[in-house]
Design a protein around this ligand. Structure first.
Ligand SMILES: [Zn+2]
Length: 732
């Protein structure tokens, strides 16, 4: 369980909904909130980070010096240490700040801070603002979230704790009092809040504060977080405003002592972010992604995706990701280690995608210590090769739109979900898998950053069903294509505005060369796409005239574009006697491929990306890869040829360039936990560097070997003999 699922657990009785904050916070400016002092700050230069998350009982047994030695052995720049919030681990004087009942005469927090400082490690106070004891509830009923009947919200597993309300003075008075007390008495370098604000669903509260908020918005708390509800729309922005207001308040309090002291909130959650990351990034001097591990059907690459999402808004500013060393799967085991191969690959993805790893254990007196060496060996290696992880920017020729509004609002809530809609990240996940199989070098571009300056560096923009897309974003895409950029888009992209109001046609109909001709059809299996003529997108499909088609499609007309793939409508799949096409041939396009000047545009009317992800169909992946290849064009900036399923990142670094290769060739890539490593064989690399640069050495940093290479003009070619779990090739 990561912190986000923890938050969700605590909200079991809560219909996540909207409210908006009005009053002092409603009109708060939402730009340029990052402290100007953040450049040159210690957390900007931070390379490795640790966290020991101790519990109420730990003051009885915890050895601060031993922990100091362990973290020093990992060569970390900072350690997160539990200060207070729910439980104070020091002798607090703030009323209703519950001291650990096992604290006795100890000042565990103070000892831990001192142990880190003796070892020249920065100390960050890890706080929790989400829950408090009944004593506080009795004294300050206004601090707490309420259900519709006025009852407080006890925690699901620890019902003696109650959820606090973000709109109350608990956040503007009580937490600040605690931060100031800690800042006054301890040489801390920052504050971090567990579980807040998170990127998960919004909570709707019925406390007095929140009722006033809703009154000012002109309504009552809605039962569900549905963007079709006008009150939810207002609430969403008011909620985001409140988060930014609190974040700035706490950052300012942290900096009262020193401009180097920072507040960092808790973000992350992989692809699925309900809160607007672009807005949050505007207040965050430091973005911590709390994406500690995976469970169920979450693919191994979820951590790398987190890195790409974070980079799309932070653009290289301080970003960390928490790796849980304990077994945080489903079910969850807090006090035993995660499989070493899984944990190492999670740390590797963190580093490869440009984030700083934050290694996390829970419990001050562990009985399982197997995780320690996993972190130590990885951090040792990172420290020894530190310069090559100092990135300047990514090297990528393809942009993938991160469709924030669609991810946040499409197909929620479940009770009102049209049948043709799956989870909103399925589209991106299907495209992503094809991008990995095709070994493309790509960046995510957050919807809030869709402009000519951002898109200029990419040859093609890929849009995985950005159904909810604003006019301004559509305008930027249109301009990009007009200026020679290429485009791939799927399904309902631009069919709705940014809140989900249906438009009469795709806003991008002119760009797609396709117009809506009816309501979405599906979900249907056993429907097909017929290949009507030769096209580069259809390469490799010899031996068939039919391809599988998507489960859902928008019927479209594309009269001015030659028909390449036509729809064969679904027909019965059972019983076998009935399995024949009732309409074997139509003129309805399953996809539209067109060239306008230098631009190539591929539009798929079906949800091929989502269907590919859910079915695992290899033809659909091939079709997507072909289409990406076609829109990007030949001669990529970087190419890696060889066996295996890998994810690749290329960076321009301080010493030169780095190529990161993550080996996902594993039976547990898309389920459960990596149990062992399956090395893959040689990879042929061509890497385009800046014109005029001469590479002097190419080294494989994990295997510690020097590679032979050739340079012809800006192209450097070399073979990587093999990859175990992760390899980094440094060109200097
Ligand atoms: Zn409230």
């Amino acid at each position: 369980m990561n912190r986000r699922s923890f938050l969700l657990l605590t909200a079991t009785s809560v219909a996540a909904t909207p409210t908006e904050l009005v009053g002092a916070f409603a009109n708060a400016p939402s730009q340029s909130l990052v402290s100007p002092t953040s450049t040159g700050a210690w957390y900007v230069a931070m390379r490795r980070c640790g966290q020991i998350n101790y519990n109420e009982r730990d003051p009885l047994t915890m050895d601060a010096e031993a922990w100091g030695d362990y973290w020093a052995s990992l060569k970390v720049d900072a350690v997160l240490l539990n200060g207070g919030g729910i439980v104070a681990f020091y002798p607090t004087q703030v009323p209703y700040h519950h001291r650990s009942e096992f604290l006795g005469n100890r000042d565990l927090f103070g000892e831990m801070v001192a142990a880190m400082k003796r070892r020249q490690i920065h100390a960050v106070a890890r706080m929790d603002c989400n829950l408090a004891y009944e004593e506080a509830l009795k004294a300050h009923p206004e601090w707490f979230e309420r259900n519709q009947d006025g009852s407080p919200r006890p925690h699901g597993e620890s019902p003696w704790l109650f959820a606090t309300c973000m709109f109350s003075t608990y956040f503007t008075e009580q937490m600040p009092a605690i931060y100031r007390e800690i800042n006054q008495h301890y040489p801390v370098d920052g504050f971090f809040t567990n579980g807040w604000p998170s990127t998960g669903s919004l909570r709707v509260c019925h406390c007095e504060n929140c009722r006033r908020v809703f009154e000012k918005l002109g309504g009552v708390p809605p039962a569900e977080t549905d963007s079709a509800n006008p009150i939810y729309r207002k609430y969403y922005q008011a909620y985001m405003d409140r988060v930014q207001e609190i974040w700035r308040l706490w950052d300012n309090i942290a900096r009262e002592k020193s401009s180097q002291c920072v507040y960092v909130g808790n973000l992350g959650g992989g692809l699925d972010t309900v809160k607007d990351l672009k807005q949050l990034s505007q207040v965050a001097a430091w973005f911590n992604a709390d994406h500690q591990g995976r469970s169920g059907e979450t693919p191994i690459w979820s951590c790398a995706q987190q890195g790409r999402v974070a980079y799309s808004v932070m653009q290289g500013r301080a970003t960390t990701n928490v790796a849980g060393a304990y077994s945080n799967a489903q079910p969850n085991w807090r006090h035993v280690s995660k499989a070493p191969a899984e944990l190492t690959l999670w740390l590797a993805q963190t580093a490869a995608s440009g984030m700083v790893p934050w290694f996390h254990w829970l419990g001050g007196s562990p009985e399982d210590t197997r995780w320690r060496e996993v972190g130590r060996s990885f951090f040792d290696w990172l420290a020894a090769n530190d310069a090559h992880f100092r990135n300047r920017h990514t090297i990528a020729d393809v942009a993938v739109l991160y469709p924030q509004r669609t991810v946040a609002f499409y197909s929620r809530p479940e009770s009102q979900r049209p049948r043709h809609r799956g989870g909103p990240i399925d589209y991106l996940q299907g495209l992503y898998y094809a991008l990995l199989e095709g070994r493309f070098f790509f960046d995510f571009v957050h919807e809030g950053n869709l402009d000519a300056a951002t898109l200029r560096k990419y040859r093609a923009l890929l849009i995985p069903n950005a159904a909810y897309l604003g006019d301004a974003q559509c305008g930027a895409i249109r301009e990009y294509v007009k200026d020679g950029g290429s485009l791939l888009a799927t399904f309902e992209t631009s069919r709705y505005d940014e809140w989900g109001d249906l438009r009469p046609d795709f806003q991008l109909a002119d760009v797609f060369g396709a117009r809506v001709a009816g309501e979405v059809i599906g979900p249907h299996g056993n429907s097909y796409a017929r290949m009507e003529r030769q096209h580069p997108v259809l390469e490799g499909f010899q031996g068939t005239s039919l391809l599988p088609d998507a489960e859902n499609r928008v019927p479209v007309r594309a009269d001015a574009v030659p028909l390449v793939l036509s729809v064969v409508p679904a027909y019965p799949a059972f019983p076998p006697e009935m399995v024949y096409p009732r309409t074997p041939r139509t003129t309805e396009p399953a996809a539209v491929f067109r060239e306008i000047g230098k631009s190539r545009v591929a539009y798929f009317a079906g949800d091929v990306d989502r269907t590919c992800w859910r079915s695992g169909n290899s033809d659909l992946s091939q079709l997507l890869r072909n289409a990406i290849n076609w829109v990007r064009g030949s001669d990529p900036l970087v190419s890696v040829q060889g066996p295996g399923l890998i994810e690749a990142f290329a960076w321009e670094t301080e010493p030169g360039y780095a190529l990161h290769l993550l080996n996902y060739t594993n039976p547990n890539a898309t389920h459960g936990s990596i149990r062992g490593t399956y090395p893959i064989g040689p990879q042929q690399v061509r890497f385009r560097i800046v014109e005029g640069h001469a590479v002097k050495s190419v080294r494989a940093l994990r295997s510690g070997s020097t590679l032979k290479f050739q340079q012809q003009g800006p192209t450097v070619s070399f073979d990587v003999p093999g990859i175990a779990d992760y390899e980094v090739i440094a060109l200097a």
